[in-house]
Design a protein around this ligand. Structure first.
Ligand code: F6R
Length: 631
């Protein structure tokens, strides 16, 4: 939520910042703004709406400076207006600031600042922060100095501690809430101070230039060398170096990591939308997620990153999974598979509920969080709460270096590359795969036989090809989407491991098509939702081959008897009574552990094509943002 980017170097800052903002736009697209330091002044251009509006606005300014900041907003405090767009400038005109997060005690601070004569142009919490820096700066006596050390990069570069840096540090000590910020000061024309608490921020170390950004996509075109900032750290950039210090003024030795993906992975290529690209990328994403993770004898999975020995895992007698949204659906499927194959109880909770629920946890519980971004604030809070209670927390996560990845006690990286479409697709199927592999790993430590393990592994290895097959249904699903796109209510119904897929299908449709949809266990439908059924409300059924096939068919009959249109997703070899389904989508028949992965494809495609048919902005659905870093 909200994307921030800042540049200090030799190039025209506005061009690099605008490019970064385009890549960060998935984090929020209510407004965008840029500020460049030039001629001893802060030149701000900002506009409600998308980055493309800002690009037009910027052409009216002559932004040639080489130090600047930019922001793309997901509104929290204050409506979507030009005035509330970031950057905000302090009332004395000395500071410009961009912010991702929420300042919880902003009204007290605002009251204090008003009493001191500061004025405000916006309704945001961010402007308060900016003015508080100005207040501390005005009070800060003399320029302190610290001896230079290092080699010009990373706690070197002969940077003297400054009034600028200290006023930001002092301000942040008074702040409650979350922030990723970047600040410019007119008195320091080639410098930038940035800091973070709970909101993501990384520093790109380029060739004679530094870029700070909310995520790597905004800087990857200029450098692959990054420093992931930790909570409570401030980075001070100049043209020749940077220092990292803590809120307590301690020096931090930076660790420079290399990003393993490239700009090409974050580009849309020939696809119309990132969501489409990511749906079709799933076979490759699954291959990347499973690569090197099966044992040599082909009977189990290997996860080095769990940091747990087999005998430690044997002590575990219960699992707890916490996540949000689509990742929570992946946890529900994982629950089903662990219980089914490893015969151990699993509890799944919404991270946002867990953190306040104070639920009793058993001593031998192993705690997992799942998060594509690794920055979802509720999931992070659940992780911290579990760690506070003394639990070891493992994470299934896609973004290397994300806060959750760094704070977890171990985990499994998804390795699916950047997911840019706001609606999660390839990250979801990768989470399903890794959940299935985890179930196998635990099951093989317990009662699953070698030969059953071999069958399971073979099935998982076949998942990418099965997904390729399922994707061939795209033209057929597109035609179904055209037929049903005008409906305003949908039910998604499935049982057992496909009940979470019904939830996921409904969520996908809601979020990108703005169609009301509900996911239900197929048999539960008659306990209430059946009242919604009429010719105006289609039901999408998962009806795979197996023991419950006939039961699901009975549920379809009940819908049909009430004139409800039926879209049936069946597996190869299944036969439905003639005339029962209005549309049938056939997916490959497969192992139970792989079925949810393959079944995800038709509902992803259905919601995608319906959204396109309705003219919706698929990659930037209204009110949403990719990485939910506010509570
Ligand atoms: C829906 C979607 C969201 C996310 C949720 C958690 O398509 O993408 O529901 O799944 O916000 O995000 P992560 O996995 O980044 O923690």
């Amino acid at each position: 939520m909200c994307g921030i980017v800042g540049y200090v170097g030799k190039q025209k800052a506005s061009a690099i910042i605008l490019e970064g903002l385009k890549r960060l736009e998935y984090r929020g697209y209510d407004s965008a703004g840029v500020c460049v330091l030039q001629g001893g002044k802060l030149d701000v251009a900002k506009k409600a709406g998308r980055v493309e509006n800002l690009v037009k606005e910027v052409t009216k300014h002559h932004l040639t400076g080489t130090t600047g900041i930019g922001h793309t907003r997901w509104a929290t405090h204050g409506g979507v207006t030009d005035a509330n767009a970031h950057p905000h400038v302090s009332s004395d005109g000395k500071f410009a600031l961009i912010h991702n997060g929420v300042i919880e005690n902003y009204s007290q601070i605002k009251g204090f600042l008003l009493s001191k004569g500061y004025t405000f142009q916006s309704e945001t919490d961010t402007e308060v922060l900016c003015n508080l820096i100005a207040y501390h700066y005005a009070k800060e006596p003399v320029e302190g100095s610290r001896s230079p050390h290092g080699n010009g990069q990373g706690n070197g570069g002969a940077i003297a501690t400054s009034r600028f840096l200290e006023s930001v540090r002092k301000t942040l000590r008074h702040v409650e809430g979350t922030y990723g910020i970047a600040v410019l000061c007119v008195d320091y024309p080639a410098e930038l101070v940035a800091a973070r608490k709970a909101s993501p921020l990384l520093l790109g170390v380029g060739d004679g230039e530094y870029i700070i950004a909310s995520d790597a996509s905004a800087l990857i075109s200029r450098t692959q060398n990054v420093v992931y900032l930790k909570d409570g750290e401030l980075v001070h950039l100049t043209k020749t170096g940077f220092t990292i210090t803590t809120l307590d003024q301690e020096d931090v030795s930076p660790v420079v990591d290399k990003i393993t993906w490239s700009i090409k992975d974050a580009e849309i290529g020939t696809y119309a939308h990132f969501m489409e690209k990511e749906i079709f990328e799933q076979p490759l994403a699954l291959e990347n997620s499973m690569r090197g993770r099966f044992s040599e004898d082909g009977s189990t999975a290997n996860f080095g990153g769990l940091n747990l020995t087999a005998s430690e895992l044997r002590q575990i007698d219960r699992f707890m999974f916490c996540a949000c949204g689509t990742a929570w659906h992946a946890c529900l499927v994982t629950e089903h598979l662990i219980e089914r194959f490893a015969r151990l109880p699993v509890e799944v909770d919404y991270a946002s509920e867990f953190r306040y629920r104070n639920s009793p946890l058993d001593r031998n519980t192993l705690f997992f969080v799942m998060s594509q971004s690794g920055e979802t604030i509720d999931t992070l809070a659940a992780l911290r709460e579990a760690q506070r209670k003394g639990y070891r927390v493992l994470a299934i996560n896609n973004v290397v270096g994300s806060t959750i990845a760094r704070e977890a006690n171990g985990g499994i990286y998804q390795h699916v590359g950047p997911e840019i479409g706001v609606a999660s697709t390839k990250a979801f199927t990768s989470q399903l795969l890794l959940g299935a592999m985890l179930a196998l790993y635990i099951a093989r430590l317990r009662d699953m036989s070698f030969s059953d393990g071999v069958i399971y592994v073979k099935a998982l290895k076949g998942a990418p090809d099965l997904v390729r097959d399922a994707l061939k249904q795209a033209p057929h699903i597109q035609a179904i989407a055209k037929r049903f796109a005008h409906h305003t209510d949908f039910l998604f119904l499935g049982r057992l491991s496909l009940f979470p897929l019904a939830l996921e299908g409904a969520l996908k449709l809601k979020e990108i098509s703005y169609i009301h949809a509900e996911g239900y266990p197929a048999a539960e439908m008659k306990h209430g939702p059946i009242a919604l059924i009429s010719e105006k409300c289609p039901s999408v059924f998962f009806a795979p081959k197996g023991e419950i096939f006939n039961k699901v068919v009975s549920s379809m009959q009940e819908i049909k008897a009430r004139k409800g249109p039926v879209i049936a997703i069946i597996t190869e070899g299944c036969e439905l009574p003639p005339g029962l389904a209005d549309e049938v989508i056939t997916i490959p028949d497969c192992h139970e552990a792989v079925l949810p992965i393959v079944a995800a494809v038709p509902v992803q495609l259905l919601s995608y094509y319906i959204a396109v048919e309705r003219g919706c902005d698929v990659d930037k659905p209204r009110n949403l943002a990719k990485s939910v870093t506010v509570e």
